[in-house]
Design a protein around this ligand. Sequence first.
Ligand code: NDP
Ligand code: PYC
Length: 336
Amino acid sequence: MSAPARQIPFAELASLLQRIFVRHGCSEAVAAVLAHNCASAQRDGAHSHGVFRIPGYVSTLASGWVDGRAEPVVRDVASGYVSVDAAGGFAQPALAAARALLVSKARSAGIAVLAIHNSHHFAALWPDVEPFADEGLVALSVVNSMTCVVPEGAQRPLFGTNPIAFAAPCAGGAPIVFDMATSAIAHGDVQIAARKGQLLAEGMGVDRQGRPTCDPAAILDGGALLPFGGHKGSALSMMVELLAAALTGGNFSFEFDWSKHPGAKTPWTGQLLIVIDPRLAQGERFAERSRELVGQMEAVGVTRMPGERRFKERAKSDREGVSVTAEEWEQLQSLA
Ligand code: NDP
Ligand code: PYC
């Protein structure tokens, strides 16, 4: 029988993760951002991008593939356009460096774009958009990852798992947030299923011969994923490649070669954020209309909004501590 899970106060977990990031090659500033991001995912029960990812971060830093000490370079391109060169580092510190400028542009022009390139994103995407909604803004973000998804009608993988995240304020409650891979399943969840020896649902992946499979190990061993919803998910994934890479100056998911960096895990691509200030034209009406929409959805039988599971997990973690398995805790201690 495995040892019971531990419940760790959020601040303690974030501080432990920060020590790990520093120990394995990040500057204090980068470590603080990544630790908060990863601890938040664990707190919210977003396990495919919580502490499960720490060994991957450590191996990718050790491989020299990503620069944990990179200093992003922010460029004020136009009244509604900010660009950041993440300098071969992580995308989240690049967003942090440009955030104030982005928000001030969105507040004055009504809309602003942040284009990040030369960046690595190894995390959930909702932490990048949700804080904007907490400030009354609407935010949309896309990031491309690494070739592992077969476009609709194709014989070989080309796209990444390419998530789309959206956040909007909602009067009298938590913001509306969704964050979804455009593949039928996130790569992280395939890895988790493989570790647990669980089969996947049908229609998520193919083996190395291109035959449909529910075996996560076969997908990871030379196989590939499928887009969600056939041609529709495939089109959205293509859009993510265009917005996150072509528009930002980053790599497409198929353009980087990490083969000379054994242990490299982080996609070296780009990320786009679009931030809108609904108050300029609508005042508080947008948030009220969001509430109205949620009310109507509930009235027709919706019992679970996207983001709601995470918010419930967050409330539980705030009360009881963030849950980490005994094995994960031991691993974190040894990495720190
Ligand atoms: P899920 O399919 O688990 O969830 C997608 C969205 O749908 C979430 O907002 C979720 O809300 C919501 N949702 C799930 N079930 C329901 C339901 N029954 N009713 C209503 N809403 C529901 O996520 P994915 O597997 O697609 O992605 C997992 C994570 O992987 C994401 O955070 C994504 O950003 C990340 N990822 C990161 C990549 C990268 O390159 N950095 C690449 C690919 C994925 P809730 O959160 O409350 O469960
Ligand atoms: O889960 O698909 C994924 C993923 C790719 C990069 C980071 N997470």
